[in-house]
Design a protein around this ligand. Structure first.
Ligand SMILES: [Fe+2]
Ligand SMILES: [Fe+2]
Length: 291
């Protein structure tokens, strides 16, 4: 671990809140080369019981959460309020106390804290403190235990998860203060389209992107629009696909809502799967596996 850091951390997953795990998983299975990780499990948390399961999407775990049948809990509430989709980010640490103490002594707003029977503990950083993004922090008593690993099939690669924020500098400051974050892309105006500002950090093996409105009038100020409607928060996930054309053709054939087909300034193609088709999640797909 880097000097001065007294714990280890990995970026464990991105979670989607859905009304039905099975149909959501079937969607991802149909269009992406996913690999199962954990089968559906019932978990009792302070905020209520929920079903969760996860799979590797391009090598990175994506979790699906739903309320158990017959229960109208916080997952359904989220689906009603925000249309479902990207719900939280989860990190695993071998010791979360240094982070927890720092957050608490700064008065950062926290949500539930809980100790589980298996020896693991969890706390949440409230979305109000973290740019509309709920952050799950786990302390794993068996941090080094062997874990399921995705097979490298070369078919897809999870590139990043993006958060729409009002002020990238503030977001960078927050994440760099509480997480061992490495800035991998300094803030700049998107050079392809000029209609958003972007920066990226890496934490524990995963990449978070921040996007911000440029603040001056531009064509299609989608970040400003998003924040106006939903507030700051998780915006999209980005997947590189080897079989880009085949994936696009299959989506279109099946009437999946595909938007924003474009090329960047290097000529690399992309499209988005609309949240309306992807259980509330906006999914950006790039042509080919980037290095
Ligand atoms: Fe989770
Ligand atoms: Fe992105």
């Amino acid at each position: 671990m880097p000097a001065g850091q007294d714990y280890r951390i990995r970026f464990d997953h991105v979670a989607l809140a859905v009304t039905d795990n099975e149909t959501a998983r079937a969607f991802f299975e149909r269009y992406f080369p996913i690999q199962a990780r954990n089968a559906r499990t019932l978990s009792e948390q302070v905020s209520g019981a929920l079903y969760w399961e996860d799979f590797f999407l391009g090598g990175f775990p994506v979790e699906l959460i739903q309320d158990p049948p017959g229960q109208d809990g916080f997952v359904n509430q989220f689906v009603r309020k925000r249309g479902g989709g990207l719900h939280h980010l989860a990190f695993e640490l071998d010791n979360f106390h240094p982070m927890l103490e720092k957050l608490k002594s700064d008065g950062v707003r926290m949500a539930d804290e809980q100790d589980f029977e298996d020896g693991n503990s969890i706390f949440f950083i409230s979305p109000r403190a973290a740019f509309g993004t709920l952050i799950q922090v786990w302390q794993m008593h068996n941090y080094d235990a062997p874990r399921a690993k995705p097979k490298d099939d070369g078919l897809a690669r999870f590139d990043h998860v993006a958060i729409a924020v009002k002020d990238i500098d503030k977001a960078l400051e927050f994440f760099c203060r509480y997480f061992p974050a490495r800035i991998i892309r300094e803030k700049l105006l998107s050079r392809s389209t000029g209609n958003f500002m972007v920066a990226q950090i890496e934490i524990g093996g995963g990449v978070i992107e921040f996007i911000q409105s440029p603040g001056h009038p531009v064509e299609d100020d989608f970040v400003a629009r998003f924040i106006e409607h939903r507030g700051e928060g998780l915006h999209h996930i980005t997947i590189d696909m080897k079989e880009f054309d085949a994936a696009l053709a299959k989506l279109k054939q099946n009437g999946v809502n595909v938007v924003g087909e474009a090329k960047n300034r290097h000529g690399r193609r992309q499209f988005f799967i609309s949240p309306r088709s992807a259980h509330g999640a906006l999914i950006q797909v790039w042509d080919g596996i980037a290095e």
